[in-house]
Design a protein around this ligand. Structure first.
Ligand code: ADP
Ligand code: ADP
Ligand code: SF4
Length: 603
């Protein structure tokens, strides 16, 4: 057989009690009497029908793929590994299970980034690097030892690190990906949580710089996502460990908070000589944060490859290009490109909404918002940017009619489809049932092309809404929002919990949807790259978070970016090779020149 191919059976999906083994009945080697697809024999003892195993020696490989087609539950994947991949796995979870190739290299004094999709083995790699699991080098039948792992990595940059893990010398602190789960695991105030983790006496400084003070005595359960994210960061960074693993720092944080978090992490690595490994999907922030970068690619759920370290600039550039040079590996058919120049003013379509100056306050001494009058055009994608707590959701609720302005009249009667920032879908309902209750287009080839495929919904259709991960829930919520019949689509932070590839896909789904339906879309998001790819114009919020906010009228991209970034005091330069925007070092020559010229983004 093609010995560069692997068979992966998802045992959560393989349900022989509901099929009649079409996979093995139709498998060509099986039909000639060979034992390619056989029964595992594990469930028989419990009296249930047996799940299947596939012999990778006998299987004919991806070009056959008959079992993949026949399986009604999408439980089987047959994948030809790229021929460029000439190494053995670092770890394989078992027969026909996920395999990981390569390992990231943590280094004291430095921040190492991993850029790649979810489900590609990042957590698996970290468990190995933390010494929680001995990688089996693909020999899942044998008891793995650190000696054999050391043999594998002798002479590489990992040798020294692996020796220390073997000797039990590496301690780890980690920040989980889904901070929303923290209240389920911890009772008490933010201060209680933080004090238990303050091993370096650094807590007060983190509370101050991450602006946690105002909520530190509040119950964890009452904190917003952005507050939880900052508490979780402080709790992780305040520990006294050798190796810090941060699985995404940006969800729910605004750009100012993201930049602060990035600086604190860099300081920890540089000044305290610690090794930090981060997974981050906001590329502008990853660029600022990491010293070196591993790109991870493969087939989520089936296999993942962590490349050797690259410089951050090269790593991100190659990733965007879709081609990894050293590895001679294409990871995406097309490149992702950015406009170097601000888009020219487009001829305007019909106005959809013309609104007057508005004001809204939540009461005496409470937050107040004022909104400059403006026009939103049919068919445009309007980006909305500004810090957290500045009134963006308040404006969304004024438009949906959930709030009434104190000053100004909104007399339009528009159907608005709204995806909130925090997605609560707790109905015990399957994804397909939920989505088909929203649109009768559900399942049509048109809907599949426009919505289900780019949002990668096919593999989660049969899952329960309550069992979905953060990223899966986000994709279902975006699909639900776009599937409704409406005049205006309003999406609040669609990038949260999506990996980079999913952000790109979601961006093009939203853009294409707007173009094909003459639909008007307003998107609130903090990911600058996503905004750049998505928005035609920008509405910029400024003011003092939690106290008062001001919303500008919709502006052209250049003016809007200048307005927004001058508030943040951040300038972007262009990468010479790919033209992608990169955050300038504060007070560098370019930073000063651009500020003097008033060109913060399209310099
Ligand atoms: P990431 O952190 O990149 O999202 P993970 O390392 O958590 O990815 O998981 C990679 C793959 O390994 C997933 O498809 C997951 O289902 C699979 N996996 C994780 N743990 C196990 C396990 N104990 N047994 C079998 N498969 C596993
Ligand atoms: P953003 O969407 O920009 O993060 P919001 O519009 O959600 O900002 O909130 C702006 C400010 O208004 C915040 O300080 C928030 O706590 C406050 N706020 C929001 N809703 C209410 C309410 N119902 N009553 C009192 N204050 C509120
Ligand atoms: Fe059999 Fe392999 Fe073909 Fe599947 S892909 S039917 S296991 S030969």
């Amino acid at each position: 057989m093609a010995d560069d191919s692997i068979a992966v059976v998802d045992l959560d999906r393989c349900s022989p009690d509901r099929c009649s083994y079409e996979c093995s009945n139709f498998c060509p080697p099986n039909r000639t009497g060979k034992e390619c697809i056989t029964l595992r024999g594990e469930d028989a003892e419990q009296g249930g029908p047996d799940q299947v195993r596939i012999s990778e020696e006998i299987c004919l490989g991806e070009t056959c793929g008959i079992c993949v087609e026949k399986c009604p539950f999408d439980a089987i994947e047959i994948i030809n590994l790229p021929s460029e991949l000439d190494e053995d796995p670092t770890h394989r979870y078992g027969e026909n299970a996920f395999s990981l190739y390569g390992l990231p290299v943590p280094e004291a004094g430095s921040v190492t980034g991993i850029l790649g999709p979810n489900g590609i083995g990042k957590t698996t790699a970290v468990r190995a690097l933390a010494g929680e699991m001995v990688p089996n080098l693909g020999n899942y039948d044998e008891e793995p030892t650190w000696e054999s792992v050391l043999d594998r990595f002798r002479g590489t940059e990992l040798q020294n690190y692996v020796e220390r893990v073997r000797d039990g010398e590496v301690s780890i602190a980690r920040k989980p990906q889904y901070v929303d789960q923290i209240p389920k695991q911890f009772d008490g105030s933010a201060r209680d949580l933080l004090e238990a983790t303050d091993e370096r006496g650094a807590l007060d400084s983190y509370i101050d710089r991450l602006d946690i003070g105002p909520v530190v005595d509040n119950d964890i359960e009452t904190l917003s996502g952005g507050e939880l994210q900052r508490v979780a960061l402080a709790a992780t960074l305040a520990r006294d460990r050798d190796f810090y693993f941060l699985d995404e720092i940006s969800p729910y944080l605004d750009i100012g908070q993201r930049v602060t978090a990035a600086r604190l992490i860099r300081e920890l690595a540089e000044e305290e000589d610690r090794a930090v490994l981060v997974v981050e999907h906001d590329l502008a922030i990853l660029d600022l944060l990491a010293d070196t970068l591993h790109v991870a690619y493969g087939e989520p759920g089936a296999y993942g490859v962590v490349t050797d370290p690259k410089s951050v600039r090269n790593g991100i550039n190659e990733y965007l290009k879709g081609y990894l040079s050293n590895e001679n590996m294409r990871i995406r058919p097309e490149a992702i490109t950015f406009e170097e120049h601000a888009p020219r003013e487009t001829t305007k379509a019909e106005p959809l909404i013309e609104y007057p100056d508005l004001a809204k306050s939540y009461g005496e001494g409470e937050f107040s918002l004022d909104v400059e009058s403006g026009t939103i055009y049919n068919g445009e994608v309007l980006g909305i940017v500004g810090p957290n707590g500045i009134g963006k959701s308040t404006l969304a609720q004024l438009f949906t009619g959930d709030l009434t302005p104190d000053v100004g009249d909104l007399d339009f009667a528009l159907d608005i489809s709204y995806k909130p920032q925090y997605i609560e879908i707790d109905q015990p309902m399957r994804v397909d049932a939920f989505l088909s209750s929203i649109t009768d287009q559900f399942g049509s080839s048109y809907w599949n092309t426009e919505i289900a495929n780019p949002l990668q919904l096919n593999r989660i259709m049969e899952r329960n809404l309550t069992d979905l991960s953060g990223g899966e829930r986000q994709r279902v919520a975006i699909a639900a929002c776009l599937s409704q019949d409406a005049d205006l689509y309003l999406l609040d932070e669609p990038s949260a919990h999506l990996d980079v590839e999913q952000r790109v896909q979601a961006t093009s789904a939203i853009r294409r949807y707007a173009e094909n339906h003459d639909a008007t879309v307003m998107v609130i998001d903090h990911d600058i790259y996503m905004m750049d790819l998505l928005a035609d114009r920008l509405m910029v919020f400024d003011g003092e978070p939690s106290i008062e906010g001001h919303a500008s009228k919709p502006q052209e991209m250049r003016d809007g970016m200048n307005d927004f970034l001058s508030d943040l005091d951040i300038t972007f330069r262009r990468d010479e090779r790919t033209q992608r925007p990169r955050i300038n070092k504060p007070d560098s020559q370019l930073d000063r020149e651009q500020k003097r010229a008033g060109e913060y983004y399209y310099a």
